[in-house]
Ligand binder design. Structure first.
Ligand code: SF4
Length: 368
């Protein structure tokens, strides 16, 4: 688009007409997602909650099979509350951010026990439940209960920053973007509006190449009018992701079981099963020192290559040692035997083992 053409755009500030245009577009073009209902209808809060928790930090494509499996296995919040935590963690394995799964289970228990199996109906009350932050509370309140609440995530921030040409960089601009988003939220069809904003951000107003020419709100968009669409929102550069390193010890018993250890409840991968290993630090200890911390005395050998896993806040690189041990192998006391268990390889797929540890085990067994 030329500068002359931009000036000729009939620009009007985003407002009620923008909302109408967006809702009309949503009626025709919305994504068909398994947790959604027809426009104008109220969705089941359990389904909205389940999908929104899964969608935090995860793509729609990755979430759909997990969502369908969870719903099939635990069709109601009461059924999910009654499930053993380990089953929920195991079903969650691969989605990452396991604290979400633990909070999901805790939240289900609170809704089942303290609210008679019914979700509270307002964003303010929903936010008191475990694992439900402002975004998820607003999404459930709007989509399932019709409250004119405004869920604002990264996608919506981007759309709003462009609609109003907000030049203040993120993250400082967050409160202003939230305020501007709430000025658009309609009293009627608040749930459809929330989902329309999500769809617009996901499919049209995309981060790098927004499709302004087919955008239903182009004539109200200040960024498009000023040729700023792809440049907004402005972000302060992130610090480089730090790196951590460590050793992991895969003990394989003669009967085909693998030694795993339960991680502490609090913190990263809390309560999940891990391959025992050294702490993850900035510097790698010498191999002979690391081997002194192995969970049992054995003939350990280094598996060629390393395992790399990228968490949100750091990149982890692990050197993996492996040993074949007899059925009566005794664990060292520093392995904390009370937290250890031997898991048959055929049962690993159903165990609460996070992706990083699945990578470690696969790496150790690949030449087996
Ligand atoms: Fe985003 Fe372009 Fe639509 Fe504006 S016109 S909301 S920048 S896609």
């Amino acid at each position: 688009m030329t500068a002359v053409a931009r000036k000729q755009l009939p620009l009007r500030p985003a407002g009620p007409d923008t909302v109408d245009a967006l809702l009309a577009w949503y009626d025709e073009e919305r994504r068909d997602l398994p947790w959604r209902v027809a426009p104008g209808k109220r969705a089941d809060p359990y389904r909205v909650w389940l999908s929104e928790v899964m969608l935090q930090q995860t793509t729609v494509k990755a979430v759909i099979p997990y969502y369908l499996r969870f719903l099939n296995r635990w069709p109601t919040v009461k059924a999910l509350a009654a499930a053993p935590l380990d089953d929920v963690l195991a079903a969650w394995a691969g989605l990452g951010y396991y604290s979400r799964a633990r909070n999901l289970h805790r939240c289900a228990a609170v809704v089942a026990e303290e609210h008679g199996g019914k979700f509270p109906t307002t964003a303010a009350e929903l936010q008191k439940l475990p694992g439900i932050g402002p975004y998820t509370a607003a999404a459930i309140a709007a989509i399932a209960f019709g409250e004119p609440a405004t869920p604002v995530d990264g996608n919506v921030e981007r759309v709003v920053a462009r609609l109003f040409a907000v030049r203040q960089p993120l993250p400082a601009a967050k409160p202003e973007l939230k305020r501007l988003a709430s000025t658009l939220t309609p009293e009627r069809r608040a749930g459809d509006f929330a989902q329309a904003m999500m769809d617009l951000g996901a499919g049209v107003c995309t981060p790098r190449r927004p499709s302004c020419l087919v955008c239903p709100v182009q004539q109200d968009c200040a960024a498009a009018a000023h040729g700023l669409a792809a440049a907004l929102p402005i972000r302060l550069e992130r610090a480089e992701r730090p790196q951590r390193v460590g050793f992991a010890f895969v003990a394989l018993r003669e009967d085909g079981c693998v030694l795993l250890r339960r991680r502490p409840e609090a913190g990263l991968l809390g309560g999940m099963l891990e391959v025992p290993g050294t702490v993850w630090g900035d510097l790698l200890p010498p191999a002979h020192e690391a081997l002194r911390t192995a969970p049992l005395r054995a003939d350990w050998w280094a598996v060629p290559g390393t395992v790399v896993h990228v968490f949100t806040h750091f990149r982890l690189e692990l050197i993996v040692y492996r040993a074949l041990v007899p059925a009566d192998a005794t664990l060292t006391f520093w392995a904390e035997p009370e937290r250890c268990q031997w898991v048959a390889r055929r049962d690993l797929h159903a165990a609460a083992v996070p992706s990083v540890m699945r990578k470690v085990i696969a790496h150790a067994l690949k030449e087996n």
